[in-house]
Design a protein around this ligand. Structure first.
Ligand code: DLL
Length: 438
């Protein structure tokens, strides 16, 4: 560790050298899965890929993608590349339909994961003397334990409070003097709300950094959280299938999330025709594990939409940066034929100052026609002040939304605290067309 880097050699490695490292690491991984996972042996044989002769990174294009369905079809242990005696941890994510996703880690995988998180925390100025309140859920979800091990490796003090019991979170924050908060951005807002109600003045608290991820959140939401908690809000990204949190994370520049490219190779594809897109194009992110032992995935389709920027960052790191993920291909709503992402709605909403950052999108189909309502809270004062004028205020927001998205959204202003708060991943959309209930 030196200066602002946890592992300077890897974080600032010239891209040519990084490519060589990726090539040799990928070859070892291909051999690992070819020899140990029947699913991949068949895939490679069918595609004519010989892992023992793999020496050009671009040849990865010849390997078919791995999908969430592949994981579900091989439930629970079919993609493990190690015997259970070498596996020290299992995590899983539930998803909405079908079998859960099950993933495994060897001792080395756990060490690698901790190191990645320590690298991320270090890169945003977290040090040994920090007190980290880890409010991500502990358990099968990767957030709690993922952050935990990295924070301990760094040598910081971890408070493994997990999610929920918000008043207790506030008391701990105040009494123990937490300097770093780790949780979802929606939970951070809820903590801010409850804290203010309890009379806490965040400006006077030692809290200085938030490590927020596990769900999409806009730049506008970042500003809101930073202003309410008086902190720097950092975006961290990851998914269970690839390792958990720490696949990418912002540095202090906050200009994109550095992908840990010494451990994961990243590609961008067009989700419509699966074609590989050049750096700088928006598309679906695809990751390949380069160093994981227990369950490496090759060309895993994340369904997350983003963009990759390979230019060197002002922080000196050479690892390419992902733009803040805007959502998932499967989050996209189609309303009367127009595509709409919840993040587009959030972007508009957060710019309306009378509005509270709590909203819910309710989609339905009435008489064969899609309908979309946006429920959004206004503050107590605004509600009282505008009570006679609510309709006018609603249509002003409707116009802004229409201009930005091309969709006519029926805005319903709600009284304060009527929309359910989230202690983990926020549910922003109720799609009654799919059987969701409020
Ligand atoms: O959410 C891992 C994680 C824990 C990441 C804590 C960051 C912090 P899963 O439950 O498998 O894993 O969900 C993964 O969540 O494919 C994205 O759609 C979404 N996601 C995760 N981080 C972000 C982020 C964890 N920073 C899925 N921005 C991913 C936007 C995110 N979406």
């Amino acid at each position: 560790m030196s200066g602002i880097y946890w592992e300077e050699k890897y974080e600032t490695m010239p891209r040519e050298e990084l490519r060589e490292l990726q090539t040799s690491r990928l070859q070892s991984t291909l051999i690992n899965v070819y020899e140990n996972v029947g699913f991949y042996k068949k895939k490679f044989d069918d595609a004519g890929v010989n892992p023992y002769k793999f020496d050009d990174l671009d040849d990865i294009k010849k390997i078919p993608f791995t999908t969430k369905e592949d994981l579900r079809d091989n439930y629970p242990f079919g993609l493990f590349a190690r015997q259970m005696s070498d596996i020290v941890r299992i995590h899983s994510s539930s998803g909405t339909t079908g079998n859960p996703i099950v993933v495994s880690y060897t001792k080395n995988d756990i060490a690698l994961w901790g190191n990645l998180i320590a690298r991320d925390l270090y890169s945003v100025g977290v040090r040994k003397n920090d007190i980290i309140q880890n409010s991500y859920g502990y358990g099968l979800f990767t957030g709690g334990l993922g952050l935990h091990y990295g924070a301990e490796l760094l040598g910081a003090t971890v408070i493994p409070v997990s999610g929920g019991l918000t008043e207790r979170q506030i008391k701990i924050m105040k009494d123990y003097g937490s300097t770093v908060l780790c949780c979802t951005p929606s939970y951070a807002l809820y903590i801010a709300e409850v804290g203010s109600e309890l009379g806490l003045d965040f400006a006077k608290m030692p809290l200085k950094t938030g490590i927020f991820g596990a769900e999409p959140w806009t730049e506008e939401m970042r500003k809101e959280i930073e202003a309410r908690l008086f902190i720097d809000a950092i975006d961290i990204y990851g998914l269970t299938e690839i390792i958990g949190p720490g696949v990418s994370c912002e540095c202090s520049e906050k200009k994109g999330l550095h992908v840990a490219e010494d451990h994961f190779m990243v590609e961008i594809i067009n989700p419509a025709d699966n074609a590989r897109l050049p750096s700088g194009s928006r598309g679906e992110i695809v990751f390949t594990s380069l160093t994981k032992e227990a369950m490496p995935l090759i060309r895993y389709r994340t369904r997350d939409l983003s963009m990759i920027n390979e230019a060197q960052c002002d922080c000196g790191r050479t690892h390419s940066r992902m733009k803040k993920p805007a959502g998932r291909t499967d989050d996209m709503l189609i309303i009367r034929g127009v595509n709409l992402f919840p993040s587009q709605v959030e972007e508009v909403l957060m710019k309306v100052k009378e509005i509270e950052p709590h909203y819910l999108i309710v989609v339905d189909r009435v008489n064969h026609l899609d309908t979309i309502e946006l429920w959004v809270e206004v503050s107590e004062d605004v509600f009282a002040e505008k009570i006679n004028d609510l309709e006018k205020f609603e249509s002003a927001i409707e116009n802004k939304l229409h201009a930005a998205t091309g969709v006519s959204i029926d805005v319903k202003l709600k009284e304060p605290k009527t929309i359910k708060r989230s202690e983990g991943k926020a549910k922003r959309v109720i799609d009654k067309r799919k059987g969701d209930v409020i």
